[in-house]
Design a protein around this ligand. Structure first.
Ligand code: CP
Ligand code: NVA
Length: 310
């Protein structure tokens, strides 16, 4: 049987994504009921991280522990993939010892290359281009809070970054109507957008990009934001702070959305920049529920990929 990877939501069908969310809800309920779920006993996961992380690292490590398996965290200093040895050789070595690989890299192509050469599943833990695990967690959170994903109106306010790119694909696959409001020149990746619009034909999702945050927020069911400078863009920070100022998620913007709007953020947040303290601490915010759901969706993903169940 051919192994599966989780590089982009584009590679997974709408039915497979729905099944992952159902499995995640089941695993979440079991954990709340303290029912042990040793579904991956004896399995080992390697985590390759070129960038910092709190949520992704801890949820994958804790997830493996909770499923009866084990995770090994590797920093660039440990392995210097692509430098000390080729990415392909790294992938082929790891495949002899472990049952799955999570990689967080700068270059998206590095994760693609790892997946090409590994004989075990490779999971994208964030690249400069995509962050699909985050979108799975966000989708589960929206499903819990609003019931149905189909027809839900999402306003993504801010940078057309890796999270926005993965939102395009995630919305397209699940029938969420997505409006991204970003400054001119900071739109999502054109090829991802094109691919998402093709995917959206199957679900009826509308995906639009505009430059007025108030237009995007008006009547939205969900307001989503992320940092203005992603990891690796530190040198652009001063410029971005100015360009993105009108795109802050603050009380005035949230008041344009539906009265029961939920406000989401992948975290880490830069309070006072892309989101105010008042909004992130306010009654609409579900940022910590979303963070919790990283654990549950990734456990579902690990069980699916490492036991070959899909
Ligand atoms: N949201 C997210 O991926 O957080 P980390 O960068 O802390 O992993
Ligand atoms: N866009 C952010 C997401 C962090 C989880 C970054 O890439 O830094």
């Amino acid at each position: 049987m051919k192994k599966r990877d989780f590089i982009s939501l584009h590679d997974w069908s709408a039915a497979e994504i729905a099944a992952l969310l159902t499995d995640a809800a089941g695993l979440k309920a079991k954990r709340k009921a303290r029912v042990p779920q040793a579904l991956l006993s004896g399995k080992t996961l390697a985590l390759i991280f070129e960038k910092p992380s709190l949520r992704t690292r801890v949820t994958f490590e804790a997830g493996m522990t909770q499923l009866g398996g084990h995770a090994i965290y590797l920093t660039p200093q440990d392995i210097r993939l692509g430098e000390r040895e080729t990415v392909a050789d790294g992938a082929r070595n790891l495949s002899r010892w472990v049952d799955g690989i999570v990689a967080r890299t700068f270059r998206h192509q590095m994760v693609v290359e790892l997946a090409e050469h590994a004989s075990v599943p490779v999971i994208n833990g964030l690249t400069d281009l995509l962050h699909p695990c985050q979108i799975l967690a966000a989708l589960l959170t929206i499903q819990e809070k609003r019931g149905d994903l189909t027809g839900c109106r999402m306003a993504f306010i801010g940078d057309g970054n890796n999270v926005a790119n993965s939102w395009c694909t995630g919305a397209a696959k699940t029938g969420v109507h997505l409006t991204i409001a970003c400054p001119k020149g900071y739109e999502p990746d054109p090829s991802i957008l094109h691919e998402a619009r093709e995917d959206a034909k199957g679900t009826g999702a509308r995906i639009q990009i505009l430059h007025d945050p108030t237009e995007a927020a008006r009547g939205a069911d969900v307001v989503y934001t992320d940092v203005w400078s992603s990891m690796g863009q530190e040198e652009e920070r001063a410029k971005r702070l100015k360009v993105f100022q009108p795109f802050q998620v603050n009380r005035a913007l949230v008041e344009l959305a539906r009265p029961d709007v939920i406000v989401m953020h992948c975290l880490p947040a830069h309070r006072g920049e892309e989101i105010t303290d008042e909004v992130i601490e306010g009654p609409h915010s579900v940022v910590f529920e979303e963070a919790e759901n990283r654990l549950h969706v990734q456990k579902a993903l690990l069980v699916t990929l490492l036991t070959g169940r899909l």
